[in-house]
Design a protein. Sequence first.
Length: 358
Amino acid sequence: MCYIWQNPTVPAEEVTLATLEKIPHVIDNLNISGGEPTLRRDLAEIVDVVYPKARVVEISSNGLHPERLEPIVRKHPHIKIRFSLEGFGDTNNQIRGEDDGFAIKVEGLRKLRELGGTDLGFAAVIQDGNVDELVSLYEFARNNGFEFSTSALHNAFQFHKNDNYPYDRMRLARQVERLITEMLKTHSVKAWFRAYMNLGLIRKILGQDRLIPCTAATDFVFIDPWSDVYACNVRPDLLMGNLSRQSWDDVFSGQLATRIRDQVAACNQNCWMVTTARTAMRSHWAPKLPKMQPLSWVLKNRLRVTVGLSVDFSAIDYTKVLPDREVSLRPSFFQTAFKRVVQHAADSHYRQGEFFNR
Ligand code: SF4
């Protein structure tokens, strides 16, 4: 799903604590992502710097070194932790190239809960190789008191990868419908809105336009390992500035920021990632509250499910589905040796290219 691991950063060039200090104390959601955040030896210090700045701070990890998160959870029990998990047993191992990943992650989250963690869960990327386990995985997470968030395959410059596409799009979409129905049957408001998020994922999987226009560069940004601030992590041409050399206000004001917001408004990528879709679903002025579009869909369909009716999927046009890809399935990378490709400082950090997300 991503080749960041083949393009490791040089630690001395990575974003510093002093740069992260420049982030103002007005952030709603701040996601510390990767690569793999637990590889930063000063992750605990990073969390100490950003924790007071945001209502919710999240660490997205592969979950293979949960012990590195233990001191953080002890100190900040309400921090949000999500471990990438693509399925049970072999499914997870084959997709992620892990050895016994499922057991390590489940045990890791249990340990973090024992230490006081309150917002712990799994994150799965819906794809051909795991979609049949999707609903069972969700039920497993629920039954064990863990959260479960989903995304779908995307292409992005940050991933160094541009060939992530589903193959059997219709099969994926129908399974996500099942997940949505299960989420709406619960008594969790969070799950109901996740159902809407998954509705957007169906559109993404089928190659259709986003449910809600993108708010990149206005309601969210992506800070890369070199402190470069981009409108999002998909398009490398939407560079707004550099937080190590500029102030936060300089990055967000001025002609360049205005021009990039205009480019975002005209962007025809159909990405629907957790962080960006969640932001689009929320009110600009009161980010804790949803916009009217998701709110009305949630209320209507929660009611329908409560009275025994099926969910209304009319937001999806099943006559407009991109054809399945006629290429062979990718090989498994499990237990395969790769030569490390180191990116040099003189590079512009990313292999430039077009990133199409249909
Ligand atoms: S829709 Fe365009 S601007 Fe928004 S996140 Fe996707 S690529 Fe970036």
